[in-house]
Design a protein around this ligand. Structure first.
Ligand code: 26A
Length: 346
């Protein structure tokens, strides 16, 4: 990093979750009706997973939660603490202490709302080879209310930020808070970035997703998420990713002076940058099976790397290349964690 950035220029809201991660056999997923590379909300029938992972599969406990992951990665690359501010809701327990400490160590300025009576949310991460399946028990994360953003000091933090990032996942928790942040970004003509997050968001939360879409300047997603969005919209089933990207950027937008951009990832295939009618490809370095520890958090790290450059005013080209660098790095580490110093060269 060259010059000092203003503190708190990047604000994110999301679900702070502690990941409980383990390698499991395929039949474990089948037993719980889960699919490889999916992300779901836990139902009653999934509740035994967490204890099973801890007792029978030597689970690892890692800081998680999609937006918080992205912000931790952005901070790691920026190398100057407290550029990123995070809001979310945790419980009053040991897991919250772990998340708070991990955020602090990474340089994320986390301001959690605290639920007195609900435990901190967890996410089961089921690793099968190079795939990961996520099952989130939001618990306290689901207790987030807009009151937290209305606290004078938090309101101040939101007004002072220059960039905003919220996951599609947060639509399951509190759309009014998302709309509030989006409206502030719009009023101040500052970029608002969002993520499609998981296929189920487009399947079951399309209404609040379409409510916020007019405010979205940059939309991120992977191929499965983009296809889920297309299907939920009734777009032609044979739509390829490029076509879906063009339709995403063409959706209604409030600030027409800054056309929407879509950034679609597709695993080890090139990242697509869609602007207007143009589609640009950014190659991804293919890792060998031996180099892959797990792909948990790869998408979040991509966004984190992107944000680290975006908040420094770098070109989209640099932002995307840094996203690819960050995703590659965390795939070589457990969960959404990093090791050593960042080695991204512009
Ligand atoms: C609402 N849901 C399902 C979720 C999540 C989630 N973060 C927020 N909301 N489901 C999984 N995650 C997080 O995604 C990361 C990997 O991309 C996990 O905690 C994991 O760290």
């Amino acid at each position: 990093m060259t010059s000092k950035l203003q503190e708190g220029i990047l604000v994110g809201c999301g679900n702070p979750l502690l990941d409980i991660s383990a390698t499991v056999p395929m039949h474990f997923l089948e037993r719980y009706g889960m699919k490889e590379d999916d992300a779901i909300l836990a139902e009653e029938r999934h509740m035994p997973i967490y204890r099973e992972l801890a007792e029978d599969y030597q689970a690892e406990y890692l800081a998680g939660g999609s937006v918080q992951n992205s912000l931790r990665i952005a901070q790691w690359i920026i190398g100057q603490p407290n550029v990123a501010v995070f809001f979310g809701c945790v419980g009053k327990d040991k897991f919250a202490d772990i998340l708070r400490e991990k955020a602090r160590a990474a340089g994320v300025d986390a301001h959690y709302q605290v639920s007195e009576d609900t435990p901190t949310g967890t996410c089961a991460v089921l690793i099968t080879g190079t795939h990961r399946s996520l099952c989130a028990n939001l618990a306290a994360a689901n207790k987030f209310t807009i009151d937290h953003l209305e606290e004078p000091e938090n309101r101040h933090r939101i007004e002072n930020a220059l960039y905003y990032y919220i996951s599609g996942f947060f639509l399951t928790v509190n759309p009014p808070s998302i709309m509030r942040v989006a409206a502030t970004a719009h009023a101040k003509q500052r970029p608002f970035l969002m993520n499609l997050s998981a296929p189920f968001i487009s399947q079951y939360f399309m209404t609040p997703l379409l409510d916020v879409m007019p405010y979205v300047d940059i939309i991120f997603g992977n191929e499965a998420e983009a296809h889920a969005f297309a299907t939920a919209q009734g777009w032609p089933a044979d739509n390829d990713l490029r076509e879906i990207g063009k339709r995403l950027v063409a959706l209604n937008k409030l600030n027409t002076g800054r056309p929407r951009i879509a950034i679609l990832t597709q695993g080890c295939d090139p990242v697509l940058l869609i602007q207007h009618d143009s589609v640009q490809e950014f190659p991804v370095t293919r890792l060998t099976v031996d180099e892959i520890v797990d792909t948990n958090g790869a998408g979040d790290a991509f966004v984190g790397g992107f944000l680290s450059q975006f908040v420094q005013g770098k070109s989209l080209d640099v932002c995307i290349r840094c996203g690819n660098y960050a995703a590659g790095h965390i795939i070589k580490n457990p969960g959404c964690t990093y090791s050593g110093s960042p080695e991204f060269v512009e």
